[in-house]
Design a protein around this ligand. Structure first.
Ligand code: IMP
Length: 430
């Protein structure tokens, strides 16, 4: 039995939703281990579109256990409304099918306000966040002043936790010109949702340990992408969690040995939302064309994504930091019809050739991509379900990507439809 971690290997939006859904059908437990409702996974099942932000993709399938691990930051009001929307679509969600770690930190309205107030300053502090309060909630977690799911169970503890957080927040808010927090209203709003949330609360580390012992198949569902990782991403233009695969274990309370296969999701070109360096970004017609053909608009914020050529240098790096065993290459069909394709194989930094992206922000900004050119293909690859259906140049492109990133293709996705997938190596069979 293999446990599989799915991580984005670029800046997010690699098409994880479809692959996670494809794999979740064969898993028993699906667990989120980082991030929050900044994520946006769209699933299309039998013609119905489900949009998930905080919930693991497994919830839309019957007979699975969905888990929100301690590595996640959870907005309780958002979760309740997401559950209601899905119930309206006929999805059954009960404490037997959804469990939330008791030690999961909560995102409060003050986190969203702080996130948006900082972004609105439009200064050097601007990151281009989703405005969902993700960063401030993680700050409070490591600052030891966050309210966690378990705190909702006891009125006195809850008040104590809120007061602890507000000492910090009221001082910050004064500096930003925001009014002080209405403490009593915040506590009362938390009390209103406490029972609803607590019915799903569980010692997730224990549940996961038992699931492992019972030989259940676990799918760890990553959000965002490795280049947004708080340690290994393009800091400070990153999200506030560890996104890379090692987080899957800590983010639910299992040891590192729980992970058997890391599947990196890789788009056949590159996109990013928000601010920050992007060496292969295209500001020309080719970039426009990738965006249009790839429908590159954010699921969570609707923002237009920046687009560029495939950066093999970056993906080699993220495959290394996540220990990726195989990749799922997505959206190859978006490259159909380009006469020539470019792949970034290294960077020119002030005349020196680098085979990795340096850490210093000023150096990242000066890195000029070194491209290798490959002939494109005029045929359509959309919907291909076997290698035989792919044009020779498309196969060459995929093979070259594998060589350059030093990692094999396990799955190839050729359209949003789940059946339009070429399976090379089954991650669960390892
Ligand atoms: P935050 O996670 O809202 O703090 O945003 C930090 C950075 O991560 C911004 O550049 C966001 O655009 C980016 N980001 C956060 N979540 C996602 C995602 O699910 N897909 C792509 N980018 C994301």
């Amino acid at each position: 039995m293999a446990n599989v971690v799915v991580v984005g290997a670029q800046w997010g939006d690699e098409g994880k939703g479809k692959i996670v859904d494809w794999l979740s059908e064969r898993a028993d437990v699906i667990a989120r281990f980082q991030g929050g409702h900044n994520a946006g996974h769209t699933l299309v099942i039998d013609g119905t579109v489900y949009k998930l932000h905080a919930l693991p993709s497994g919830v839309v399938r019957g007979g699975k256990l969905s888990v929100i691990g301690n590595g996640v930051v959870l907005d309780p009001w958002h979760l309740i409304s997401e559950i209601e929307t899905l119930r309206g679509q006929g999805v059954v969600i009960t404490p037997e099918t959804l469990m939330i770690a008791e030690n999961t930190p909560l995102i409060l309205p003050i986190h969203g306000e702080l996130d948006r107030a900082r972004e609105a300053q439009n200064s050097v502090a601007k990151i281009g966040t989703t405005g969902r309060g993700i960063g401030p909630a993680y700050e409070d977690k490591v600052g030891r002043r966050v309210v966690r799911v378990a705190d909702l169970a006891d009125a006195a503890t809850l008040e104590l936790r809120v007061d602890r957080a507000l000492i910090h927040h009221d001082a910050l808010r004064r500096g930003l010109g925001l009014p002080p927090v209405d403490r009593d209203a915040l506590i009362s709003n938390l009390r209103d949702v406490a029972d609803e949330i607590l019915q799903y609360a569980a010692p997730v580390w224990k549940v996961m340990t038992e699931a492992r012992k019972a030989g259940k198949r676990i799918l760890f569902e990553g959000a965002q992408g490795a280049l947004l990782d708080i340690d290994f991403g393009t800091y400070p233009f990153v999200t506030s969690s560890n996104v890379i695969a090692g987080q899957a274990a800590t983010g639910v309370g299992l040891g590192p040995g729980a992970i058997d296969f890391v599947l990196g999701i890789v788009k056949a070109y590159t996109t990013r939302v928000g601010e920050g360096p992007f060496p292969t970004e295209l500001l020309d017609d080719d970039g426009q064309r990738l965006g249009e053909r790839g429908h590159e608009f954010g699921t969570t914020t609707g923002r237009k994504r920046r687009c560029g050529w495939f950066d093999a240098c970056l993906v080699r790096q993220t495959c290394a930091t996540s220990g990726v065993n195989g990749i799922s290459l997505t959206k190859l069909d978006v490259l159909d019809g380009f006469e020539t394709l470019k792949i970034c194989v290294g960077y020119d930094l002030d005349g020196k050739v680098l085979d990795y992206l340096p850490t210093a922000a000023d150096q990242q900004a000066r890195c000029k991509p070194i491209y290798e050119e490959m002939p494109g293909w005029s045929e359509s690859t959309e919907g291909a379900r076997s290698w035989a259906e792919l044009p020779a140049n498309a196969i060459k492109y995929v093979r070259r990507v594998e060589e350059l990133i030093d990692c094999p293709v396990a799955l190839l996705s050729t359209s949003p439809e789940r059946e339009d997938t070429i399976l090379v190596r089954d991650p669960f069979a390892d």
